[in-house]
Structure formats: structure tokens, C-alpha cells
Design a protein around this ligand. Structure first.
Ligand code: PLP
Length: 475
């Protein structure tokens, strides 16, 4: 087999291979280990020299599916608690397949009115879901990091304009460093976005009043006064170690008083807006200048999915539009060219899985899912508190429980090493997945249940396995 044209009559056959594997694979996720290291040697099957003559699509895809369903990290199952990793709802996954099937060039209205219209619709639905004003502009991005790049590029454009410079055409040369102020909750991806934008990741100044990183408003107020208001304030809604959040409304007050740009990182925390139990945490987001969130975390759509919202839509086209290529049409009202509003040029129709899942489950379904995760996380916190060999280190906030293994008789100075070894043992064991981080100088676990399949039984399993492995190590 060589030329793909030889397969034009049987182009659906390899898709049928994937579809046949999908049902049994998805049904196995609740029971199988998250990772089975004994399958790692199968990865060698992916290797080898570049084929001179191909095997044909069915044989190639059968091999990929056979290796993949065994050797993948089954992170879309219910017990992957490392980082903040969602799964894919049934509708989102099928919507993603539809996006591949239709393979739209989703940058321009001209090449795909379908993709452009779907993006406009889902951005509107998401704004409603999160309580953002309808006038906000927006664009879908591959991730929260790219949403930061988008929102902070707008901030950079605004800030340079305050200095009389059009940064899109002239760049940053000759300008001072853009002041970026945040609390100790700021995520590394904000720094990475600033690094990408040429603003420098170390320009972020953090104002924390304690070792948990909570914001020192008075110190930030003084720094904003010193900068004459020409600064970017980053508010963090949902921090990765504990789920903690900055007081967004108070940071909005500060930014407003000084005339600064307010950027909110709500990668997963923005979903607090979905439940009356947590909506107070997101209060103030509607006053932000730019807002970041992820689809592949708590919305449970497949990778890669993020959203950037910007209060004044004009900043998006100033920062990303007007490339001046003669063959690219200008946007015209409803005919939005989304590649002029974000960092990507060619892009896929990532609105389709979002459309499918919001259509399938609606606001109520997502509220129920978020509230189930709040309950599952609180249940995990309760289990930790009840266990004599576990120590809860922060109140459970949103979807994260932060704790460490602390059996009786192990001295404080040995706990970090013990927890680090326990983290490695847990990942090698594979029945549940949760790694360690550093919190207030301690090595700790911080599992985050945000997968639509996860129930209380899954976090009970986490605690059982952790204590079983811990006892073995400590003994
Ligand atoms: C608070 C926060 N912001 C931003 C990000 C970056 O998200 P992504 O990996 O989608 O770029 C993460 C990822 O964990 C996060 O937790």
C-alpha cells in the first residue's frame, strides 16, 4: 500500500476500527488501573524505521488502537487525580470525533461558516454559564496557557498604548518592563505566557501576606500607586495546590481605582460560578479585562481546549488581527475570522466538542457534575481527617484536598522523603494516580477529582491504596 488515493472507497473502514474498540475501552475505564507499567514494552511497537511501503489504514489503525488501549495512561478514567485533568463526556468525545471527521479549517469564516458560527455560539453559552457580560469578546484556544497568551497580549497592547506605542507593529523595544502584580497563588503558566510575549516571566511581583500565598492587598495597592496604575493585576481563581482563590472582587476594586488591567486565571476555578455553593468565589470576574479558562479540565472536553474572554473585543483584533496578507479576507460582522482574534492561524473546529457537550447536558447537567465533585472532594477531605496516618494541610476548597502521609513515630524531618517515595510508589502501582507537590515547604499530595465519572468510591480507593502503600514504606 502506498498512495492514500488507493483507499478512497474504504476511507470509513479505519474509523470503524476505532468505533469498535471505543465501547469496550470506555466500559473498562472504571475498573482498570490508571496505568499498567507491564504494558510499557508495547510502546516499542510504535518505533522502527520510517516505513517505505505502508501497511494500509486498517492495519495501521488496528495496531495503534491495540497498543493505545493497553499502554496509554487511562487518564480519562475516574481515578486520575494528578494535576487537574478532566475526562471527556460522551457527547464531548463524539463531538471531537465529528470535528476530526469534518476537518474544518476553522480560522476563517470563508473556509468554515460552520466552525465560525459554532465558535460564536459556544463562546456565548460559556459566557452565560460563567456569568460573564454578553459584550465580552472571546476566542477558543488550545489551552489555558494560550488563553493567558491571548489575554495578556491584549493587556500588553493596552499598556504599550498607554505609553504611546503600538506594540503590534513596533514591538516592545524602548519600553520599560510591564509591571505585573499578583498574589502568591499565581500559576506558572501566567509566567510562561509573559515569557512567550517578551515581557519576561520574572517580571511578576507577588504580594503575599502568608506562606500559603494569600494576597497582601495593602502592599499591592501601594505598588499600583507607584506604577501610576499602568500595570496588570493577575487574580487567581483556583490554585493548583489547595484550590484557594484570590478575592477577585477586591482585586477588581483595586484595579479599577488605579486604572490597571485585571486579568483572571480561572483555568478550573471559573467553574465555581456554576454552583450557588461556590459562586461567591467567582464574584468580580465579570469586572475583569481578560479572563482565562480551560475546557479540558472541568468542562470535560478532550484536549486541547481553552477559552479567552476579553472585556473590550477590540483589544483582541488589535493584538492579533491585521496581518495584512492580501489573500486573507477582513472580518465582516457575523462573518468572524477567529484566527484574527487569537494566536493561532490555521486551527481546528474545537468549538464542536464544546457545542456537543453543552447541548447534551446543559447548565443543569454541569451544575450537577461540579457539585458532585465538590462533594467528592469534601468526602476525600473527611476521609483524610479521619485517618490517623494522614494530615489535612488546608481546608478543602473547590475540587482539591491537600494532605500528606504522616504515620505515628516518623519524625518531621523524614516526612518529605517518605511522601516523595510514597508518591513514586503510587504512580508505579497505577491503581490510582496522584502525585506530589511542594506546599508551604512540605512534600504533599493534592488530588483534584474533576472527571465526570469520578464518585466517592474512587476517592475512598485512593485513600485505601495510599495508606496500604504508605504502611509498607514506613514499616
Ligand atoms: C490555575 C491554572 N492556570 C493555568 C493552567 C494551565 O493550563 P493548561 O495546561 O491548559 O495550559 C493550569 C493547569 O494546571 C492551572 O491549574
Amino acid at each position: 500500500m502506498s498512495d492514500p488515493l488507493d483507499e478512497h472507497d474504504v476511507a470509513g473502514d479505519p474509523l470503524a476500527v476505532v468505533a469498535r474498540a471505543a465501547g469496550p475501552y470506555l466500559a473498562s475505564l472504571p475498573d482498570r488501573p490508571v496505568h499498567d507499567r507491564s504494558m510499557d514494552p508495547l510502546l516499542d511497537e510504535l518505533d522502527g524505521p520510517l516505513p517505505e511501503r505502508g501497511d494500509g489504514a486498517v492495519a495501521a489503525v488496528e495496531q495503534l488502537v491495540r497498543v493505545g488501549t493497553r499502554a496509554a495512561t487511562h487518564s480519562s478514567g475516574p481515578r486520575f487525580f494528578h494535576f487537574v485533568v478532566g475526562g471527556s463526556t460522551p457527547a464531548a468525545m463524539a463531538g471531537d470525533w465529528a470535528a476530526s471527521l469534518l476537518d474544518q479549517a476553522a480560522g476563517l469564516w470563508l473556509t468554515s461558516p460552520l466552525a465560525a458560527r459554532a465558535e460564536t455560539v459556544v463562546l456565548r453559552w460559556l459566557k452565560e454559564l460563567f456569568g460573564l457580560p454578553p459584550g465580552f469578546g472571546g476566542v477558543l484556544t488550545p489551552s489555558a496557557t494560550f488563553a493567558h497568551v491571548t489575554g495578556l497580549a491584549c493587556a500588553r497592547h493596552w499598556w504599550a498604548a498607554e505609553h504611546g506605542v503600538d506594540v503590534a507593529s513596533q514591538g516592545l523595544a524602548g519600553l520599560p518592563a510591564m509591571p505585573v502584580l499578583s498574589s502568591g497563588l499565581v500559576h506558572v503558566s501566567t509566567r510562561k505566557a509573559l515569557q512567550i510575549l517578551g515581557c519576561g516571566r520574572d517580571t511578576v511581583r507577588t504580594f503575599a501576606r502568608d506562606d500559603a500565598g494569600r494576597v497582601d492587598l495593602a502592599a499591592m495597592d501601594a505598588a499600583l500607586a507607584e506604577a501610576g496604575g499602568r500595570a496588570v493585576v493577575v487574580a487567581n481563581l483556583g490554585e493548583v495546590n489547595t484550590g484557594d482563590s484570590d478575592p477577585v472582587a477586591e482585586l477588581a476594586d483595586l484595579a479599577e481605582r488605579h486604572g490597571a488591567w485585571l486579568h483572571v486565571d480561572g483555568a478550573f476555578g471559573l467553574f465555581a460560578a456554576l454552583s450557588p455553593r461556590t459562586a461567591h468565589l467567582a464574584r468580580g470576574v465579570e469586572r475583569a479585562d481578560s479572563v482565562t479558562a480551560d475546557g479540558h479540565k472541568w468542562l470535560n472536553v478532550p484536549y486541547e481546549s481553552g477559552f479567552s474572554f476579553v472585556r473590550d473585543p477590540a483589544w483582541l483584533s488589535r493584538a492579533f488581527g491585521a496581518w495584512g496578507a492580501a489573500y486573507l479576507p477582513d472580518p465582516d460582522g457575523e462573518r468572524v475570522n477567529y484566527n484574527m482574534l487569537g494566536p493561532e492561524s490555521s486551527r481546528r473546529a474545537r468549538a464542536l466538542p464544546i457545542w456537543a457537550t453543552l447541548r447534551a447536558y446543559g447548565r443543569d447537567g454541569y451544575r450537577e457534575m461540579v457539585e458532585r465533585h465538590l462533594d467528592v472532594s469534601a468526602h476525600l477531605g473527611g476521609l483524610v481527617e479521619a485517618a490517623p496516618d494522614l494530615e489535612l494541610l488546608a481546608p478543602v476548597q473547590l475540587c482539591i484536598a491537600c494532605f500528606r502521609y504522616r504515620p505515628e513515630g516518623v519524625p518531621e524531618e523524614r516526612l518529605d522523603e517518605l511522601n516523595a517515595r510514597l508518591g513514586e510508589a503510587l504512580l508505579a502501582d497505577g491503581r490510582v494516580y496522584a502525585g506530589t507537590t511542594t506546599y508551604r515547604g512540605m512534600t504533599v499530595f493534592r488530588p483534584a477529582p474533576v472527571n465526570w465519572r469520578t464518585t466517592k468510591a474512587d476517592v475512598e480507593r485512593l485513600v485505601d491504596v495510599l495508606r496500604e502503600l504508605g504502611a509498607r514504606l514506613a514499616g
